[in-house]
Design a protein around this ligand. Structure first.
Ligand code: ADP
Ligand code: TYD
Length: 205
C-alpha cells in the first residue's frame, strides 16, 4: 500500500474542489502515479444511486438523522468498492469531498448533530484522508460560482449565504488538524493547481 495516498478536497459549494481535484489527478499521473479520481456523495455504483436520493428533490425530503445515515451509507459503499481496493494496490485516491463534508453539512446546518455524525463515522467509516486540501474563499464568491452551474442537484446549494459563512468558519476550525492544507481559493486556477501539486508531491515523497 502506498503510504499516505488518500487525498481529499473540501470546501463550500463553488470553491473550486472539482476543478482542482481533476488538475491534481493530471499532475500526479504525469509524475508517474496511478490515480483514482472520485467524489462524494458517489464514487461507486451503489453510492451514485444514493447520490440521487440525497441531492435531488425537496429540501425537507429527509429528516436530518435519515440524511446522515444516507450519506454514511454512500460513504461506506464508496470505501468498500472503490477507495480501499485502490489504496491496497498502491494507487493514489483523490476524492472530491469526504467525511469533513458530513461534519459540516449534516453536523451543523440543521441543528447541532456533530456528535451523531462523529459517532456514526467512527462506527462505520473509521478512517480519515492522509492529506486534505481545504479550498477557502468568501461565501459570496462560492455561491456566485456555484449558481452559474445549472442542474437538478440543488438541495444544499439553496441554503443561503449565512449558512455558507458558518460552514466556511467550521471548515477552517476543522483545518487545525495536521492533515489539512488551507488553500486560498481566490487565486487563479493555475496558481492554485501549482501550489496543490507541490504540496501533494512533497507529501507523497
Ligand atoms: P466545487 O467543486 O467546489 O463546487 P468547481 O470546481 O465546480 O467547484 O468550480 C465552480 C465554478 O467556479 C466553475 O464554473 C469553475 O470553472 C469556476 N472556478 C473554479 N476555480 C476557479 C478559480 N480559481 N477562479 C475562478 N473561477 C473558478
Ligand atoms: P458536490 O457535487 O461536491 O457539490 P459542489 O460541487 O457544489 O461542492 O456535492 C453536492 C452537495 O452535497 C454539496 O452541496 C454538499 C453536499 N454534501 C453533504 O451535504 N454531505 C456530505 O457528506 C457530502 C459528501 C456532500
Amino acid at each position: 500500500m502506498q503510504a499516505g495516498g488518500f487525498i481529499s478536497f473540501e470546501g463550500i459549494d463553488g470553491s473550486g474542489k472539482s476543478t482542482q481535484a481533476r488538475l491534481l489527478a493530471e499532475a500526479l499521473r504525469a509524475a508517474g502515479h496511478e490515480v483514482v479520481l472520485t467524489r462524494e456523495p458517489g464514487g461507486s455504483p451503489g453510492a451514485e444511486e444514493i447520490r440521487r436520493l440525497v441531492l435531488e428533490g425537496a429540501p425537507d425530503r429527509w429528516s436530518p438523522e435519515t440524511e446522515i445515515l444516507l450519506f454514511t451509507a454512500a460513504r461506506r459503499d464508496h470505501l468498500e468498492k472503490t477507495i480501499r481496493p485502490a489504496l491496497a494496490r498502491g494507487a493514489v485516491v483523490i476524492t472530491d469531498r469526504f467525511a469533513d463534508s458530513t461534519r459540516m453539512y449534516q453536523g451543523i446546518s440543521r441543528g447541532d448533530l456533530a456528535g451523531l455524525v462523529d459517532r456514526l463515522h467512527s462506527l462505520m467509516i473509521g478512517i480519515e484522508p492522509d492529506l486534505t486540501f481545504l479550498i477557502d474563499l468568501p461565501a459570496e464568491l462560492g455561491l456566485s460560482r456555484a449558481q452559474t452551474r445549472a442542474g437538478t442537484e440543488m438541495r444544499f446549494e439553496d441554503m443561503g449565504l449565512a449558512l455558507q459563512e458558518r460552514m466556511r468558519a467550521g471548515f477552517l476550525a476543522l483545518a487545525k488538524a495536521p492533515r489539512f492544507r488551507v488553500i486560498d481559493g481566490t487565486a487563479t486556477q493555475a496558481e492554485i493547481a501549482g501550489r496543490i501539486a507541490n504540496l501533494a508531491l512533497d507529501h507523497l515523497r
